[in-house]
Design a protein. Structure first.
Length: 270
């Protein structure tokens, strides 16, 4: 049992030995935290001047702050004469265990980083990926959120998005619209081609350069098929496609052209 004098002596000795280290460690943590805050703010300003993607800036600033604070914490613990070898070993083992348990989440995290860095798509793009089509509403670090044309919200993990195939319909400003238009056998093909050309010329959304392509593509079972290819602005793709289908249906009968449908002749033998 220690006497009061011995306890006072022990506290005094420890205070003299560890007090300056503790004060220095606290001072280093306070000053270091302030410096880290300035560095992160400076990084944010640099990215603003560099016109970095707004969705990427918070992630980079957050990761930079976390890494710098971990380094500062290790330095402070070293100043307190805490053995860091065992601490780092324990931290590494814990990190490995957590990484194995959260392998899928880490894959999505890595996928989000790849998407933000290489930008295969951006917010506002219309894409087809992982069996879903929609407009990109938000790119998060683990998931990307799409809005379908019928206003459904789809959440897709970034891991699959970053490694799977994807179609981005918004990358190019122009798109080609393709139609397959059938006319009956016996109809005037030159007249049919001229009517299709007139309908294309009447639609101001269809480009004249490149010119519209109208060719006979197939002699099908019940029809002679024209393949029609025209270029439009990407935003006009579906409106032009739908309008041409309706115009063909309304105009062909007026011009004496027949739109065939599948039919079969049946002969009965007694």
């Amino acid at each position: 049992m220690m006497t009061p004098d011995q306890m006072i002596t022990l506290v005094t000795v420890n205070a003299i030995e560890y007090g300056p280290k503790l004060i220095a460690a606290i001072a280093l943590w306070v000053i270091g935290s302030w410096v880290i805050k300035l560095l992160v703010a400076g990084l944010n300003k640099i990215m603003d001047k560099g016109k970095v993607d707004p969705s990427l800036k918070p992630f980079l600033c957050s990761i930079s702050g976390i890494v710098l604070k971990v380094m500062l914490g290790i330095t402070v613990l070293g100043m307190l004469s805490i053995e860091m070898t065992s601490f780092v070993a324990i931290l590494a083992a814990a990190g490995l265990a957590v990484g194995m348990a959260l392998s899928g989440t880490l894959q999505n995290f890595a996928g989000g980083v790849m998407i933000l860095l290489f930008k295969p798509f951006q917010v506002g793009d219309f894409i087809d990926a992982q069996g879903h089509m929609g407009t990109v509403k938000e790119i998060q670090i683990f998931n990307s959120i799409l809005t379908t044309p019928d206003n459904k919200t789809i959440i897709i993990p970034n891991g699959g998005l970053s490694t799977g195939s994807m179609v981005n319909f918004s990358t190019e400003k122009k798109r080609r619209v393709d139609w397959t238009i059938g006319v009956a056998y016996g109809d005037d093909l030159d007249k049919a081609r001229a009517v299709i050309q007139q309908l294309c010329d009447a639609d101001q959304r269809i480009f004249t350069d490149p010119a519209v392509v109208i060719v006979v593509s197939a002699l099908a079972d019940s029809s002679v098929n024209f393949s029609v290819r025209a270029w439009v602005n990407a935003a006009d793709f579906f409106p032009v496609f739908w309008a041409m289908n309706e115009n063909i249906y309304k105009t062909f009968p007026k011009e004496g052209l027949n739109i065939p449908f599948p039919q079969m002749d049946v002969h009965l033998h007694k």
